[in-house]
Design a protein around this ligand. Structure first.
Ligand SMILES: C[S@@+](CC[C@H](N)C(=O)[O-])C[C@H]1O[C@@H](n2cnc3c(N)ncnc32)[C@H](O)[C@@H]1O
Length: 249
C-alpha cells in the first residue's frame, strides 16, 4: 500500500474509544466529548509548535490507550505513520485489538521497561522499536512526569536516535528552579500525590543538562501551563538553527 493510500484509508473521523478504566489523567476524561477534545487540543499544539501534519511520522511514547491518535483522527482525518508505545500492557492490548484494525498506518508496541507505577513487573532497562524507523514528531505527554531521572537518561539516547534530522520532540514534565534534582510525590505541590511515581518533580537545570548531554536542544519552554501544572518543552537536534522561545504562564 502506498503512503497516500495509507492516509486515505485512515479517513475515519471516529475511532473506538477506550473503556473508562483505561483512561488515565483524571475524571475529566470519563466524558467522551472531553476525552476527544483534549486529544484534539494536543494535536493543535503539535501543529503550532512541531509542524505536525497529515504527512508526519509520529512516535507517541507512553501513548496509553491512544488519546493522541484519537485527536489526530478527529482533527486531521489521518496520518502518514503513527507508532504508539507503552509499558502498560492492557492499554496496548486494547489498541491492538480495537484500533489497529481501523488504522493500517498505525502500530502499537508494549515495552517491558520497568516503571514502579505502570509496569512494576517489567525488568527491561532498554527501549527499542521492532524495526528501524525515524519520526518527524516524538511526543511524551505526561510520561517523564512519572519517571525517575535515571530512567529518563536511558530513554533520551533512544529518542535522539529515532528523531528525523528536522524532527521535534514535544514533552511535558514537572520542572522547577531551586529544588532537589528529583522528588517523588512532593508535598505542597499542586495537589496531593498518592502511590509510586504519581508525580516526579525535577530540577530544571539538572533536566536541561541531561538534554544537552544527549545533544538535544531546547527550542521552546512553556512553564506550568498544562496537566496538573506541568511545563512543556519542544526539542530538536543540537546545532539546528532555531529561535528559542520561553513562555511564562
Ligand atoms: C498519565 S499517562 C499519559 C498517557 C498519554 N500520554 C496521554 O496523555 O493520554 C502516563 C503513561 O505513560 C506510560 N509510561 C510510564 N512509564 C513509561 C515508560 N518508561 N515508557 C513508556 N511509557 C511509559 C504509562 O504506562 C501511561 O500510559
Amino acid at each position: 500500500m502506498s503512503e497516500f493510500e495509507n492516509i486515505m484509508s485512515m479517513t475515519e473521523t471516529q475511532l473506538p474509544l477506550p473503556p473508562i478504566e483505561l483512561r488515565w489523567g483524571g475524571p475529566r476524561y470519563r466524558d467522551d466529548g472531553e476525552y476527544i477534545r483534549s486529544g484534539v487540543m494536543n494535536v493543535r499544539r503539535l501543529e503550532a509548535q512541531c509542524e505536525l501534519s497529515k504527512e508526519s511520522r509520529v512516535l507517541d511514547v507512553g501513548c496509553g490507550p491512544g488519546r493522541l491518535l484519537t485527536g489526530i483522527i478527529h482533527h486531521l482525518g489521518g496520518i502518514r505513520r503513527y507508532v504508539g508505545m507503552d509499558v502498560y500492557e492492557p492499554a496496548i492490548e486494547w489498541l491492538q485489538n480495537n484500533v489497529a484494525p481501523e488504522t493500517p498506518s498505525a502500530s502499537f508496541h508494549h515495552l517491558a521497561f520497568h516503571n514502579a507505577r505502570y509496569n512494576p513487573k517489567g525488568s527491561a532497562r532498554t527501549v527499542a522499536l521492532p524495526k528501524p524507523e525515524e519520526f518527524d514528531c516524538i511526543v511524551l505527554f505526561s510520561v517523564f512526569s512519572h519517571m525517575v531521572l535515571n530512567d529518563i537518561g536511558l530513554y533520551l539516547p533512544f529518542l535522539k536516535s529515532v528523531l528525523a534530522p528536522a524532527g521535534k520532540i514535544y514533552l511535558t514534565v514537572f520542572v522547577e528552579d531551586g529544588v532537589e534534582p528529583e522528588t517523588e510525590n512532593p508535598t505542597d505541590y499542586h495537589r496531593d500525590w498518592k502511590g509510586p511515581l504519581h508525580c516526579v518533580r525535577l530540577n530544571r537545570q539538572v533536566f536541561e543538562a541531561l538534554l544537552a548531554e544527549n545533544q538535544l536542544q531546547v527550542e521552546r519552554f512553556e512553564y506550568r501551563h498544562t496537566n496538573d501544572g506541568q511545563s512543556s518543552y519542544v526539542l530538536g537536534h543540537h546545532g539546528k538553527k532555531f529561535t528559542a522561545r520561553v513562555v511564562n504562564s
